[in-house]
Design a protein around this ligand. Sequence first.
Ligand code: AMP
Ligand code: GLY
Length: 433
Amino acid sequence: MKVLVLGSGGREHCLAWKISKSDLVKEVFVAPGNPGIAGIANCIDIEIGKKNFDKLSDFAEKQSIDLTIVGPEAPLVDGIVDHFNQKNLKIFGPEREAAMIEGSKVFTKDLTQKYDIPSANGKIFVKGEYDRAKKYLNDLPDSEYPKVLKADGLAAGKGVLIAKTRSEAILSLDTILVENKFGAAGDKVIIEDFLEGFEASILCLCDGENILPMDLAQDYKRIYDGDKGKNTGGMGSYSPVPMIGKKILEKILENIIYPTYNALKREGIRYKGILYGGLMISNGNPYLLEYNCRFGDPETQAVLPRLEDDIVPLLIDCANGNLKASKLNWSKNRSVCVITASKGYPESSSKGDIISGLDKVDTEKTLLFHAGTKKVDGNFATNGGRVLGLVTTATSFKKARSILYSEIKKIKFNGIQYRKDIALRVEEEKWAI
Ligand code: AMP
Ligand code: GLY
């Protein structure tokens, strides 16, 4: 088989790595990929924006690609799956209408409210309703703060603003509805309750009819240790999540994931691909924070190394609407993923800083996934915010952390930043239930 992966980050490197281990696969192509991915797959110089959908489908046709897998959300929301389907090309991911679950937070909030799926209580305001939204914030008692303001559309993970006070909430409202910081993505805003607890991500394989959850992961969004500083695209992850025992998992599935899947069906939407639930567990009860319509980054890098099954038949079966597996096999090992980011991230990012020490990393022990890298005069160099992800899988989180943090020291580039506390909270697994 020939498989094509679309995207250029650590998630796509990990997908290409896992796919290339399949006995069914002869060749893996990645568009556009990155220099790290080029070490294990054929990188194709085609960007994956909407204007290139024809180029991508032409490539898939000419190369007789058997399956295409879409990494990031934007092409899904722009309808790449519909485009490939029209040309009878097999592709893994939701169609445009189904990708709305990530493409419009208002769509998802309406869905959760209509079908009683536990999520933060929220109110929706459209652009013309600025005065009404401001009055709503002004009338709320102080005790109702913090509030969370969310731009409706895709905003590269930056469209969620947490306002501790009324004045911060009004500034956030202005940012979204008046200053148009998120462009058309901010034509509608959700103002919702702030939920406390711990977060987890669940990625589920879906074939339009059936749904098969993967083991959970936790993502670290803030730039600094102790969850301080700005939100990023994700600074690390670990899997599984020992705080989530059988009881909470059952609530996640029975109260959130399955009802959502059924709600989508009732709305006439057949969801195929990955349904990614971003969850907040508050006092033992799960709430939905958001859905994504694709594999998470960097959750994928922690989850897939623990999957003992060949991923390719699972992806094909989902794309065919015929998922046969009813159970996935997971390694009992624990995995930890730490992202190294470039100088200035997340406000800015550096490009062109030479990376050294990659050849010293013991790849028997630690996987190395490239994200923002490029080649300069034969050397790897930084090329964006999140540069590399290292993943270690071991019999305990403690061991995985110890190996990973000794390997990561070998990597050097100007201004390198990484968190030292990824998976620290589960090191003793004292919360396991
Ligand atoms: P989202 O893109 O909706 O997942 O939001 C990004 C991040 O904002 C989440 O991972 C949470 O850390 C935070 N967040 C979103 N919604 C809420 C909420 N209702 N209460 C508390 N934190 C939230
Ligand atoms: N890890 C968050 C995301 O993939 O959106």
